[in-house]
Design a protein around this ligand. Structure first.
Ligand code: NAD
Length: 378
């Protein structure tokens, strides 16, 4: 069966759905892999390495003839229109935000797998692109903060005086938040963190950071995710967070609720109590923002009250794509591991009774198989 790897078409997207390493794995399972020339160039994978790994390089991917199309960004309607009925697609789909494309996949008889839907089971960890890309994002946002902060992260004791470590506050301690904590710790910052899930206190402590306990009920939902706080509890949470935000040199926010806009953790009034030069990084800027006023892809200087200087509010955008080599390396392994799970004798034959395969399926045989998406479409 022929697996197609395309050059991503979304402007600014630098990742690729297969690397030479993942091509070796796909070829070893008996699949033929066609890679569009230049597909990995922006991520740091030259065409020659794909050829050495056993892929066939093509100038333009013949999308109409792919048995399986792999991709990073959700497919657009134009690409879906070119797929033959029965084609299998594997990649990110952002179904809640792309209902018309989901309808097109259904109507075209495509078997689509959305990597966001891979169940978060131990067995499926190697296919979990949300985790792999959140890890990249958590690491990257600390580097972005460190580059903007006019101070050191680590403690320095020098002949010219002692420089205290920067204080970093991480709000939301899921995959990205824990990685942000680890990265800030490695850079020598003094790190504290808060999350609304009960289990997060131990997780934060295990990373060597100080957990901030607030007098707000925990909000644990199904599958290890948080649930949305009612507005009165959210307002209380913001009030209790205020002194911690004002004491921080860097605030990194990563809070998310599956299928909902990002919870608002920081109001603009809370920013104005910070010290001049402080940096606030909103990793959730693209999904509504944890911080009031953040704009994806923008640095916004916020003047402080009383001529006290400014702070910088950074809305992150396309974070994983900013580290395309390793983001692709992890993502491509997620894709090839899912394909390997479905491959028998060189044929991709999904067994929908397997909870990983069935869980990751978005459309098949003319129906939308993912129940929440189906409900959103009706
Ligand atoms: P996520 O991206 O949905 O959310 C990020 C974090 O924001 C979460 O920790 C959440 O609790 C937090 N949050 C939400 N609302 C908040 C609020 N009002 N205030 C503060 N924090 C808030 O979550 P995620 O990073 O994808 O992971 C969530 C959970 O899934 C974690 O428990 C993680 O350990 C678990 N997980 C399991 C697997 C697996 O078993 N394979 C894989 C990945 C993650």
């Amino acid at each position: 069966m022929n697996i197609g790897v395309r050059r991503e078409i979304e402007p600014g997207e630098r990742r690729v759905a297969a690397t030479p390493e993942s091509v070796v794995q796909l070829v070893a399972t008996g699949l033929d892999v066609s890679v569009e020339r230049g597909a990995g160039a922006a991520a740091g994978y030259p065409d020659g390495e794909y050829a050495k790994a056993g892929a066939r390089l093509v100038d333009t991917l013949d999308i109409e003839r792919c048995d399986v199309l792999t991709h990073v960004r959700p497919l657009d309607a134009g690409t879906v229109a070119r797929l033959a009925p029965g084609t299998i697609t594997v990649g990110l789909a952002a179904p809640a935000a792309n209902l018309p494309v989901v309808a097109a996949l259904r109507d075209a008889g495509i078997t689509s797998f959305a990597l966001e839907l891979v169940p978060r089971l131990s067995r499926a960890q190697s296919m979990d692109a949300l985790t792999s890309q959140a890890l990249v994002a958590g690491y990257r946002c600390v580097l972005e903060a460190a580059m903007r902060l006019p101070r050191f992260f680590p403690l320095y004791m020098t002949a010219a005086g002692t420089i205290p470590p920067a204080r970093v506050l991480v709000l939301g301690a899921g995959v990205a938040g824990l990685q942000a904590i680890a990265t800030a710790k490695r850079l020598g910052a003094r790190v504290s963190a808060y999350d609304v899930r009960a289990a997060s206190a131990d997780e934060v402590a295990s990373m060597g950071a100080t957990f901030i306990s607030l007098d707000v009920d925990t909000a644990d939902g199904a599958g290890g995710y948080a649930t949305e706080l009612a507005e009165d509890r959210a307002a209380r949470q913001r009030e209790l967070l205020r002194p911690h935000i004002e004491a921080a040199d860097v605030v990194i926010t990563t809070a998310a609720i599956p299928g909902k806009p990002a919870p608002r953790l920081v109001g603009s009034d809370m920013l104005r109590g910070m010290r001049s030069g402080s940096v606030v990084i909103d990793l959730a800027a693209e999904s509504g923002g944890n911080v009031e006023g953040s704009v994806p892809g923008s640095d916004i200087p916020i003047p402080l009250d009383g001529d006290r200087g400014t702070i910088t509010l950074v809305g992150m955008k396309d974070v994983a794509s900013a580290m395309p080599y390793d983001a692709s390396r992890l993502y491509a392994k997620n894709v090839s591991n899912l394909l390997a799970l479905m491959t028998v004798d060189g044929e991709v034959v999904p067994d929908f009774t397997d909870e990983v395969v069935g869980g990751a399926c978005l459309t098949h045989d003319g129906i939308v198989t993912h129940q929440p998406t189906l409900e959103a479409m009706s």
